[in-house]
Ligand binder design. Structure first.
Ligand code: SAM
Length: 273
C-alpha cells in the first residue's frame, strides 16, 4: 500500500475525533505522523489490512479501544524528572502541609500522580516522602494512567539498569534490590502506592488530595480538555492543597480557581479555598 493513502484525510479526521472524544488527546496536522506510525504497528499486530476496518473494530470493541489509546500515548518519563519540583515539594509544600495538619490525630498526606506512566514519578515521590516526613506522619499515593501496559510495568516496579539513572546512590541502596539486569523497588515503598486505570476526561472520584502531580500530560490535550482535567483536579483536592504541572505547561488564561505560586525552587499552583 502506498504511504500517501495509508490514512486519508477523511480517515484521519474520524480517528482524530474519536481519540479526542475518548481521551482529550489532540492530534493535528503537525503530529499526524505519530498517529500514522502507531496505527501501522497496531494494524500489523492485529493482522488487519485497512484503517477503515480497524476503525470499525475500535468503535465496537471497548477493550481494543483501550489498547489503541494505550498505543497512541507518549509515555516518556524518568526518576526525579525536573528536580526543581522535588525541591519545591521538600522545602515548600511538605513544610506547609505539616503546619496545616499538625493537629490531626493520624496525620496523612494524600498524593495523586495523574498520568504516572511506568511509575518513576510516583516512586520518586514515595522515596522522597519516606525521607522527609517526620516520625508518625504517613503518606499515601494514588498513581493513575490510561495506559494499561505502563501500569503493569509500574506495578511490577522493575527497572533496567539504564532506567535508574538520576536515582541517587543512597536511594538505590535503601529503596531498591539489585536484581539481574536492573533494580526492583522494595515492597514497603510499593505498598504506599495504589496504581489505577483512570482516564483524565472523567472524574476519578478522588477527594481531599493534598498534592496532585500531573506533569507532561495535559500538553497532549487541547484547551477544552485541559480545562476539563484541571477542573476535575480542583474538585478532587483539599483546601490549601498543591498542584504540580509540567514545566512547559501552564494554566495561564484558563478558567480555573487555582492560584499561581512562585517558590524559590519551582512554580506551582494552589487551591486555597
Ligand atoms: C509523558 S508521560 C508523563 C509521565 C510523568 N507524569 C512524567 O512527567 O514523567 C504522559 C502520560 O500521560 C498518560 N495520559 C495521556 N492521556 C491520558 C488520559 N486522558 N488519561 C490518563 N492518562 C493519560 C499517558 O498514557 C502517559 O503515560
Amino acid at each position: 500500500m502506498a504511504d500517501d493513502v495509508f490514512l486519508s484525510d477523511s480517515d484521519f479526521e474520524k480517528y482524530r475525533i474519536l481519540i479526542y472524544n475518548e481521551s482529550g488527546i489532540h492530534f493535528t496536522a503537525t503530529n499526524r505522523s505519530i498517529l500514522e506510525s502507531r496505527l501501522r504497528e497496531r494494524l500489523r499486530d492485529k493482522h488487519i489490512d485497512t484503517v477503515g476496518t480497524y476503525f470499525g473494530t475500535i468503535s465496537s470493541d471497548k477493550e481494543e479501544l483501550k489498547s489503541f489509546l494505550d498505543a497512541i500515548t507518549t509515555n516518556l518519563t524518568r526518576f526525579f524528572r525536573n528536580q526543581a519540583h522535588f525541591d519545591a515539594l521538600e522545602h515548600h509544600v511538605v513544610p506547609e502541609l505539616i503546619k496545616i495538619k499538625q493537629a490531626a490525630a493520624n496525620p496523612t498526606i494524600k498524593i495523586w500522580s495523574a498520568g504516572c506512566s511506568t511509575g518513576e514519578e510516583p516512586y520518586t515521590i514515595a522515596m522522597l516522602m519516606s525521607e522527609i516526613l517526620p516520625p508518625l506522619w504517613k503518606y499515601d499515593i494514588v498513581a493513575s494512567d490510561i495506559s494499561l501496559k505502563c501500569l503493569m510495568t509500574a506495578k511490577e516496579g522493575f527497572y533496567a539498569d539504564g532506567r535508574v539513572e538520576g536515582v541517587p546512590d543512597s536511594y538505590l541502596k535503601k529503596y531498591f534490590d539489585k536484581v539481574d539486569g536492573g533494580y526492583k523497588v522494595h515492597a514497603d515503598i510499593q505498598s504506599k502506592i495504589r496504581f489505577d486505570y483512570h482516564n483524565l476526561k472523567n472524574d476519578a472520584g478522588l477527594r481531599n488530595m493534598d498534592i496532585v502531580f500531573c506533569r507532561n500530560v495535559i500538553i497532549y490535550f487541547d484547551e477544552a480538555a485541559q480545562t476539563n482535567a484541571i477542573n476535575h483536579f480542583y474538585n478532587s483536592m483539599a483546601s490549601k492543597s498543591f498542584l504540580f504541572i509540567g514545566h512547559s505547561e501552564s494554566l495561564f488564561g484558563m478558567d480555573t480557581k487555582f492560584e499561581f505560586v512562585k517558590t524559590q525552587w519551582a512554580t506551582l499552583y494552589r487551591k486555597f479555598m
